[in-house]
Design a protein around this ligand. Structure first.
Ligand SMILES: [Fe+2]
Ligand SMILES: [Fe+2]
Length: 175
């Protein structure tokens, strides 16, 4: 399949499925971070470090952008008072900005390990990894249990089109 056709087939899918898929990958990323933290300082899978670093640097900011510039504002327009989602979306959005900063700091250290280097302070890196994956697992859990079911219930077909278009733009701008 040509790249253009692949792109078309990706965006023909429900954008909420794409977001759910990203969440599943993020859970795997958190598990990988736990394996890395457990193995420090000597038992480190360098390829895994490089993969996680790339995920933290590129995939995560893109996903946060999909939610903040796409899903969350569209959802805010559609939720009903009984969904009581407003404060939760505020909280999740504020977590994005601290997580993006923290992720890029951790990614630098993991990239160094991925290239064959040693952690200058393994205890500190372990502490940072654990802090991140514990918080991020909670973040994804909240989105999967509190946000995604409401999005599937409230978003209309035209909202899904708007979200798809937004996500497509985000990817064009990122590449
Ligand atoms: Fe999020
Ligand atoms: Fe998310």
């Amino acid at each position: 399949m040509s790249e253009a056709a692949t792109q078309r087939s990706i965006f023909a899918r429900n954008p909420l499925d794409m977001i759910a898929h990203a969440h599943a990958l993020q859970v795997q990323m958190c598990d990988a971070m736990e394996r890395i933290a457990d193995g420090l300082p000597d038992d480190v899978d360098r390829r895994l470090c490089a993969q996680v670093a790339s995920c933290l640097q590129f995939d995560l900011p893109l996903h946060h952008h999909d939610e903040e510039a796409g899903l969350f504002p569209i959802l805010r327009e559609r939720v009903l008072p009984e969904d009581s989602l407003g404060e939760i979306l505020d909280r999740l959005a504020s977590e994005h900005s601290s997580d993006t900063d923290f992720a890029s700091e951790i990614a630098e250290s993991l990239e160094h390990l991925g290239q064959g280097g040693r952690a200058s302070n393994p205890d500190m890196l372990g502490y940072m990894l654990r802090g991140f994956f514990e918080r991020y697992r909670r973040h994804v859990h909240w989105e999967n249990t509190l946000v995604m079911p409401v999005a599937r219930l409230r978003l209309k077909p035209e909202d899904l089109e708007t979200l798809s278009a937004r996500m497509e733009t985000n990817r064009r701008q990122a590449s």
